[in-house]
Design a protein around this ligand. Structure first.
Ligand code: CA
Length: 224
């Protein structure tokens, strides 16, 4: 299991990584908020362990940004603070579980196991439509024997189209979900990524196509 650890106290971060290693998992450490956010968006993780008090950007901001951009990875929030307000803010921001420092090694490992179990139950590992299959853990878009790897933005847009199962997805919805508040993008950016995806669908030889709607949105269709 690949776990992203966003924690500025090196000793704690390393302790968590070592603990994970004892059960055969791998922890990657990010020491501040912005670095953690970038790493969280860069590739899929099995779980994210996120400290609240971080330099650059606090854990709540990192989490809101990740969730806002469609990252559904289970998140365990870690903090020295025990106030109820913090717990509520954390859960409101999209955390799955909350653990206060200092914590017992066993407690942390149990939380991580619980998070990933919950994820396996809650979220499908693949999204399908027509002859298409999108593997969520590897970002592979497959059709029969063929497959292509999607970039993060292509993956998120394709995920939206597949989740809607042939329903219209507006450009605004795509912009909101795939591009964060700090990134400049407009309808043209969406069009560029849609054209990348259309090329990939052709390459796969899929019978599915992305149709442009008159209302400036897109939907997946299976061609007869
Ligand atoms: Ca901290």
């Amino acid at each position: 299991m690949e776990v992203l650890i966003i924690e500025d106290e090196r000793l704690i971060a390393q302790t968590i990584a070592d603990l994970l290693e004892t059960q055969g998992d791998r922890g990657t450490i990010a020491l501040d908020g912005p670095t953690g956010l970038r790493a969280g968006l860069e590739r899929p993780w099995d779980a994210i362990i996120l400290d609240v008090m971080l330099p650059g950007m606090d854990g709540f901001q990192v989490l809101r940004e990740l969730r806002g951009r469609g990252v559904r990875t289970p998140v365990l929030m870690l903090t020295a603070r025990t106030q109820l307000d913090d717990r509520v803010t954390g859960l409101d921001s999209g955390a799955d579980y909350y653990l206060t420092k200092p914590f017992e090694a066993k407690e942390l490992l149990a939380c991580v196991r619980m998070l990933t179990r919950r994820r396996e139950k809650a979220a499908p590992a693949v999204l399908t439509f027509g002859d298409l299959r999108l593997e969520l853990s590897s970002c592979l878009l497959c059709c029969g024997e063929r497959s292509v790897r999607l970039s993060r933005k292509e993956f998120e847009i394709m995920g939206l189209l597949l989740e809607r199962q042939g329903q219209n997805v507006s450009k605004d919805a795509i912009l909101q979900k795939v591009w964060g508040a700090g990134e400049s993008a407009d309808g043209g950016s969406v069009e560029v990524y849609i054209s990348f995806l259309r090329k990939k669908l052709q390459h796969l030889g899929s019978r599915c196509a992305i149709r442009t709607q008159r209302t400036q949105g897109y939907r997946l269709e299976v061609e007869a």
